[in-house]
Design a protein around this ligand. Structure first.
Ligand SMILES: C[S@@+](CC[C@H](N)C(=O)[O-])C[C@H]1O[C@@H](n2cnc3c(N)ncnc32)[C@H](O)[C@@H]1O
Length: 344
């Protein structure tokens, strides 16, 4: 049960897969600060640039995982195959798949991928993987369905040899409340009452978010009817305050000052979520060593993948019996094809 961790970031995928017993045999990450954190936690410095990997040099593995950055494809060819993705990071993933033919490929991306370039990007990704001999299935998964109090939707694309990955068999859990992820004591940044406004009739949204107010900073009220503030644009995302009796909104990678404010009704106070709590809301272990610079750490955790979601996927790959330790005919054919190409 071996896997490779591409676009590894700080190793969210690795956390999840290792928990289930998979062994990571190769990792790759271009950002030096992420590589530092990765090395600190896993004792291995990732390879730098995916485009510089020669797939033939990689040892064999069963699963390829990648949370790759989404780039536009220019679809110049007609057949919607992986050759159409040349020049993109996705093409670099495909090159490795083509040569190594792992049993399973797990790709993760932002929700927006579904609508990216009017759905074309996703279409090309699927067609490319099919082109390489895989059955492909995908689903939008939300961290709040996997025991984490965060509304975080991400698309997971899973390519397999033979039968498709069955997403309906993923074990989901009841959504917990944000308060279950918080520290009772600590050096909290508490907001003064003059710095925020609570709305009168908060209502839990379908997403599980419980919007209760906003920071007064940078808001304007002229022309806004009382009690409709939460419906209007008087406050930008970093100014919104959510109750700990709901879930937390998506932790984004752009928010380097960690402006995530939460309301604790029983204490009637608003405080900032701590960095430690952010890591917990992504399912990282308590002893995870983050980057020394706080802003950079917020960025890294916001870019990461939610560990329990990945863990459930890794478990299901095994239960659905999607790994076979024998090299398939297609694998050996592809390898032979490639080697003869390289030798001539
Ligand atoms: C969305 S993040 C993935 C984060 C990761 N799943 C985690 O758990 O932390 C995408 C990562 O791809 C990396 N990346 C971008 N271009 C790359 C390249 N050419 N080679 C290797 N990594 C690259 C970025 O630095 C970034 O950390």
């Amino acid at each position: 049960m071996k896997f490779i961790d591409l676009f590894a970031g700080i190793g969210g995928f690795r956390q999840g897969f290792e928990k289930i017993g998979f062994e990571c045999i190769f990792s790759c990450e271009i950002n030096s600060k992420c590589r530092e954190v990765y090395a600190d936690n896993f004792g291995e410095v990732p390879f730098v640039d995916i485009s510089k990997i020669n797939p033939v040099d990689l040892a064999d593995f069963d699963v390829l995982v990648a949370g790759f950055p989404c780039q536009p494809f220019s679809i110049c060819g007609k057949k919607l195959g992986f050759e159409d993705t040349r020049g993109t990071l996705f093409f670099d993933i495909c090159k490795i798949i083509k040569i190594k033919q792992p049993q399973v490929v797990v790709l993760e991306n932002v929700k927006h991928l579904i609508h990216h370039d009017k759905g074309n990007t996703l279409k090309v990704i699927i067609a490319s993987l099919e082109d390489l001999g895989y059955s492909v299935n995908y689903k939008m998964l939300n961290a709040k369905d996997f025991g984490i109090a965060q509304h975080r939707e991400r698309i997971f694309i899973i390519a397999t040899k033979g039968k498709e990955f069955n997403f309906s068999r993923l074990k989901t859990k009841f959504t917990p409340k944000l308060r279950e992820f918080l520290d009772e004591t600590g050096d909290f940044e508490i907001l003064d009452k003059s710095e925020y406004t609570l709305i009168e009739y908060p209502r839990k949204q379908d997403s599980g978010l419980l919007f209760v107010g906003y920071r007064n900073k940078g808001t304007w009220k002229t022309g806004v009817r009382p009690n409709t503030e939460h419906l209007s644009r008087v406050h930008r995302q970093p100014n919104r305050i959510y109750s700990v009796d709901g879930v937390h909104p998506t932790i984004p990678s752009q928010e380097t000052s960690g402006r995530f404010f939460i309301y604790i009704p029983d204490r009637d106070l608003v405080r900032k979520l701590t960095l430690k709590e952010c890591y917990r809301l992504m399912g990282f272990p308590e002893d995870f060593k983050s980057y020394p610079n706080v802003g950079e750490s917020y960025k890294q955790i916001g870019n990461s993948v939610c560990v329990p979601v990945v863990e459930v996927i890794a478990k299901e790959i095994l239960s659905q019996n999607l790994l076979s330790d024998k090299m398939t005919e297609l694998q050996s054919d592809r390898l032979r094809e490639y080697l003869s190409f390289m030798l001539h």
